[in-house]
Design a protein around this ligand. Sequence first.
Ligand code: HEM
Length: 499
Amino acid sequence: METSPLAIFSTALLLTLYFLFRRRRAPKLPPGPPPLPVIGNLHQLGNLPHRGLRGLAKSYGPIMFLRLGNKPTVVVSSPEAAELVLRTHDNIFSSRPSVDALRHLSYGNKGMAFAESGAYWRGVRRLCMQQLLSPAKVESFAPMRKEELGKVVGRVRAAVSASEAAVDVSTEVGQLMGDMACRMVLGCSTRDKFNLKPAIHEALNLAGAFNLADYVPFLGALDLQGITRRAKAASRALDEVLEDIIREHEEDTTGKYKGDFIGTLLSMVGRSLNSSQDEPVHILGRTNIKAIALDMIAASYESSSSAIEWALAELIRSPRAMKRLQQELEAVVGLGRTVDESDLPKLNYLDMVVKESFRLYPPGPLLIPRKSTEDVEIGGYNIPKGTRVIVNAWALGRDTNAWGEDVEEFFPERFANGSVDVKGQDFQLIPFGSGRRGCPGMNMGLVNVRLALAQLVHCFDWELPEGRSPDELDMSEDFGLSMPRAKHLILRPSYRLLV
Ligand code: HEM
């Protein structure tokens, strides 16, 4: 049979249409709001980006594409989508985008938290896990935690005896966590000679800010938000203190710093950070030590203090939960002594209270941004190499599909069956992130938060000053890497132990 030109033409047309159609059905970018010229979608983030992004995700879905300035960005807002990024494709999403302010604040990105994935980051993470964050090291700081917590209890008791109207709990908890972080990392407390906290607080705000210099590079030089100027000032203040501390370690002849974190790192100066000879070589030097120390203090102190403040604030607003927690403490510890770290595994309701507070107030509401290192498809969408990826952990904790309709309510009993944990396996609750870049300080963070909260609730009854009722407590949050409370928590304590 002869083939007619018409049949050949029709077949060619059909094949062309088929391939065109196939191309159109190939993975595409996730949906998202239309961007404006130059700034893209930056104007839609609002003052509290975790809330702004959740609002947008309600219209555009749990995998959403934004242009922040000229930076392609994907925002993930459901547990299923978070699992695709943090577990299924963890290796592709385990780098970090560069953050301009960090050039100044982290000695050109020589710390751990914002380092790109690769040999340097792996070496620093391994070093910190061995020398500071291993279970044995965390355990070894127990006497120091007891001593510092004892000082806070003493100060609050003194305020009770002096009939002071109220205590600034935020300042007390901030002081406690700052002192604990500095003693673990630097070998001395903040009050010995210096005060790192204002500069660290500033550094965390700057690192978490959506800085135009990161998104619209040609505006970077103008520093319209003043972020570069502030970062340089904070970095000078931090560097002076760190130099002092390192010098003191170097000149010490009494042996008091021997074996502490800085002392150990100083003894390793000049050594390679690599574990394999096939990697580019990174040698540990003085600048690396300063950047690493700063990262450890910054990552630990505000995250823990913010978690304690939010949990205590919610307990004030829920007298029922506060009573149940105090009853548990009375049963396990008794009113004849303070809480000991060895009591913690027996305090089940405390565990539920801490989880519920992390659900509503994750100290890293957007974790720390990730960056894709290859083209990859997630949820049927194409995510090109080099895309920033934001995981909205705050939105995951308020996902009604995962938690039910009462998501806004503080209800620790929702954890009674014990199946959901904070350790990075249950993607509706990831206050410490998950995967390769998940928080390496989780064990330390959890013991800090549980112990301090238990002690404050066991030793004191707390109420709002001037007879105000619990629902008058201002619960607004500030944005920053650690989502601090916008207003300090001011409470009236009364001592409740028999000793
Ligand atoms: C309640 C306490 C804490 C919370 C809620 C918290 C939360 C987080 C979160 C959400 C991340 C980002 C994870 C990701 O991208 O998947 C992170 C990373 C990190 N955290 Fe924590 N953290 C806490 C305590 C600590 C402590 C005590 C330390 C160390 C002393 C620490 C050191 C770090 C470091 C170095 C990173 C960066 C890890 C990397 O990029 O490889 N954190 N943390």
